[in-house]
Design a protein around this ligand. Sequence first.
Ligand code: EPU
Length: 340
Amino acid sequence: MIAARIEQDVELRHLNTFHVGARAKFLATITEVEELRSVLQWQQQQQVPFMLIGQGSNILFKADYPGLIIELHTRGVEVVSETDTYIDVKVQAGEIWHDFVLHSLQQGWYGLENLSLIPGTVGAAPVQNIGAYGTEVKDSLLELDALELASGQLRRFDNADCHFNYRQSYFKQEGKDRFIICAVTFRLSRKSQPKIEYPALKAALAAVKPEHLTPQLVSDTVCAIRRSKLPDPGVIGNAGSFFWNPHIDQQQFLRLQQRYPELPGYADQDGVKIPAAWLIERAGWKGYREGDVGVHKDHALVLVNYGNATGAELVALSEKIQASVLDKFAIQLWPEVRIV
Ligand code: EPU
């Protein structure tokens, strides 16, 4: 059996991008899948709960964690197959997402450029089907390998098995708490195929001639847009979008549009997706600050910790925002961030 190092009574402030203080009873740092198996056996003997943490970029600790936190630090990028048009590359779950995006661009492997600068790890990306600027991880994911907790076996899921949807996957629903994603295989293109239909991206690249439009330029532009409106978690604690963008039905959208003609909405097969940021801004919260918690001045969907806010204070602010949006627009917002 491979012994992994398990620390006790660990401060979590540096392990979450909100930088809220909380403590975990145990913390294990894993560098290979065999260690993961042995740590999970130990956790079962101890009869404590466990949770995985990647870069801590989508989590809010409301209280101390009474169990074992597992940090996956598995590393490795391996080409498993290639043709003249595409390349299949298997990436270990602990790799940092943005580092892998940059690596793939340097190698001339394309398809992930719109997902540049998203915080987090490769293993966490499929769980919530990360997405930005008109692309989602599901668009490039070929298959993944996940450890099944009940059997201790690695199981392979192809793209369809993952049941991807907007910020959703099998691993957040039926498969929740049953699997740990260990490696993800992407099918990337050798051919540059920039996707720039997302309005903010299209506007930023409007002056660029098609022959000058490269995946690297798209990546650089996405990074610049993100940096211009999303606060750097290294400077101000935050976890990106705090709420999901809600779906409402067409009738409710038309009713609201009569009162708010400028209400933005993106129609899809289920109804209309409304930017939660718009609702929060119109409810008066953008730039709001109360002690060390607030709503960022450049993006109303981002809750921030200006210093020593607690998780409970951030949750209390999020609940006030939910109540006010519900009251003003009759739309319920739900947190995208995992509250523990
Ligand atoms: N808007 C406002 N006020 C604001 C900001 C935005 O009214 O302060 C409105 C504008 O109408 C704008 C629209 O909201 O056109 C959309 O804003 P933005 O392009 O910034 O996107 P978003 O819907 O707020 C989503 C993702 C982001 C992702 C961007 C870009 C969700 C929950 N969030 O945000 O993902 O980067 O699109 O594709 O779907 C994240 O998940 O942490 C994240 C940052």
